[in-house]
Ligand binder design. Sequence first.
Ligand code: C5P
Length: 328
Amino acid sequence: MTALNRQQGAGPAIPCRDGTLPSAVTLHESAPGKLNLTLDVLGRRADGYHELEMVMISVSLRDSLTLALGTGKPWSVSCDRPGIPAGPDNLCWKAAAAYCEAAGVDPQGLSIHIKKNIPAQAGMAGGSSDAAAVLRALNRHYRGFSWEELRTLGLRVGSDVPYCLFGGVALARGRGELLTRLPELPGELCFVLAKPEFSASTPALFRAIDEARLGETACPAPGQADGQSPSPQPQPHAAAMIAAIEAQDRNAIGTALQNDFEPLVARQFPIVERLRQIMLAHEAVGARLTGTGSVVFGLFCSQFKAAAAAMELREHCPEVHLVKAVSA
Ligand code: C5P
């Protein structure tokens, strides 16, 4: 990775009266949430991560980020929603620190403010999408890294960050960083998202899958799935979803929805199945958990039916949204 070293040799800038530096810049970036149309855990790798295969989409529910560079003050991360880590534990901070270190730049003070719309602890990659937005914004400003370099940086921050940088309809493999563009979904499809109050631990769910599969054949070692070797064909669930998308067949897309975590999560939290049944009763063509939850989404061919489902879901769930798929 090439360091940019843009600011090397520059002396310390003299702050303005309000404490900001003359070179202060404000950057805006939006961060869409994601849904898993399919999620297969293929097996545990020698590095402790899991080999995944997922068909992912970006949706119109977005966070908005404002980055101020050259504040002349210590770094800060803030969010309009309580409960989101502020400071070095926030993925946005980690992304900015990784970027500045790799690029050899010092923004001379950085503040990041997140306006949150994506539910947290929901399986919608809200934190990862915010981190990806920070990498995109900084990279636009410093005109730094290629896509490959940015993807490598993103993966250091979290497994979902490369997809969030890529966006749109995609097949994600490996840890989630081996990405293939897929065709757009049929335009008329809309999604209802229902966010129940529980949250499940992602590492614990991966462990539960490992325990349930003890004795099964191990998956390829990371070296075989690092993007250097020829891509294997997608497994049956992803292949069925890709075929349904290519055929623009809305019912087949609904039928092909799949998530390996759903049976485990639904066993622990019966509300998952209740929400799915409400969606299906309103003629969703399919309904599933996204990621490790807790959001359950339904896929509808009619805006009217989606709205009716949303109304009933609000009686069971604190947070319900109607969204569309969005392009990269
Ligand atoms: O990469 P990230 O920090 O988002 O991953 C969170 C946790 O999810 C990891 O610590 C690991 O337990 C699990 N994980 C995994 N395999 C992946 C992605 C995540 O085991 N491909």
